[in-house]
Design a protein around this ligand. Sequence first.
Ligand code: NAD
Length: 495
Amino acid sequence: MTELPIHARFDDASAKVASPITVAMGDGVGPEITAATLRVLHAAGARLAIESIEIGERAYLQGHSGGIPAAAWESLRRTKVLLKGPITTPQGSGVKSLNVTLRKSLGLFANVRPCVSYAPFVATLHPDMNVVIVRENEEDLYAGIEHRQTQEVVQCLKLVSRPGTERIIRYAFAYARAHGRKKVTCFTKDNIMKLTDGLFHRLFEEIGAEYPDIEQEHMIVDIGAARLATRPLLFEVVVTPNLYGDIISDIAAEMTGSVGLGASANIGASGAMFEAIHGSAPDIAGKDIANPSGLLLAAVQMLAHLGQVSVAERVHKAWLATIEAGTHTRDIANSETTRAVVGTKAFADALIGNLGQSPRQLAAPRYARLPVREVASTSMDRLETKVRVGVDVFVEWEGNRPEALADVMRSAVFGAYHLDMISNRGVKVWPNGLPETSCTDHWRCRFLAEPGKQFTAVMGAELLLRLARAGIDVVKTEGLFTFDGKPGFSVGQGQ
Ligand code: NAD
């Protein structure tokens, strides 16, 4: 059975009035597929009060570095629902991804992508595939905090929070339960990133205990992705941090037959955004050949989110009937089941002609309601006791003998703490490093309090002052803490 990530706030009965939504036509093929989608929604009887905004390429060119003018923000904050055509992200520095800005500014913490095969009507190697990828949408490397620190080294901060992780994992379980899905699989890389991905994995197990009716499994993301690509029937719902989710959901969507079919819902506690997963496809823009299905199926999710469940069903069934009838856009045309290869407009016309029909072979969609606000709330029973025990001082240093750096570092020590180790790109190089380890100009020097002593913030400030006077180029520091006695920092590789 095809399922949709529906987050209906009202029943149809209470949604007699038009729902206010904001629509952005987008760039490239955006205007064509958005116009086709709106025409279908209108013909199906969707009750929508549309506010149009212009975001993306034109806004960037007008000097809005985020691609979103003030008037667009006002509309979004008013309607809290955005149907968005794909946007072209200009190449080069100085421009932030508009999609990431929208997701994070509006608190759209969950990205939900159902990846469903429509065999035999759309050719695919995996005819029975039916997986929903639930991707964390706000954190991880997408915090977008990057720095160049030395001549040779740049860094990107991977941020994972307890509330953010709790929210997405709870959402994935609630989604599975609401849609009758029996299994949730979590992908992380916590064999390497023991603190960040480790927190994600740990919360998956903690929160999973509240859902004993749902089978639960954790996989390291590399083997998990490989299994998903070769044996998708092993999976029903996959929950995963932002970057892995980004990659995996594109692969999963492509496996169903065409990136042009994939729909994506971005859900938050007080807003939502619906879009196709593909981009603005500039190579086929203006030719009336783009498949509007991705955006259309996203709009179906939007209708259900708005409480217009019967209209959503009507559109989705007619879409399935159109695909079954062999009316296909070029990207999914095949020698077996295609009867007519049509353009964007003609596909919408055929779909409108099929309104009221149901598919014969493909499963009709099923809808479920999800209490987004309850899922979004998180709790932390108590604060753990946090004790500062040291500091990692990162320095730019041109030398190549860690012993020489250690001598300078130790000469700056002034109090009940010591230089514990020096690492380069995470590998311990002092004391007792290996001469084979290749080093850059970016060194981490770890200072730790003597056992049973505290390392105060004042000691840290004094240390920095002494290092500055010794001519050391400190590029950043990280406080080292224990929480309830457990270290809140990783050890050096080889330590
Ligand atoms: P793309 O998804 O636009 O295109 C990849 C390929 O898929 C192209 O060959 C294209 O012709 C085809 N394709 C895409 N949508 C199709 C459709 N509806 N029907 C038929 N074929 C379709 O990816 P890209 O070329 O890497 O990116 C183009 C631009 O889109 C870039 O500026 C990128 O930043 C942006 N982008 C935006 C979003 C978004 O707004 N959510 C997502 C991805 C990429």
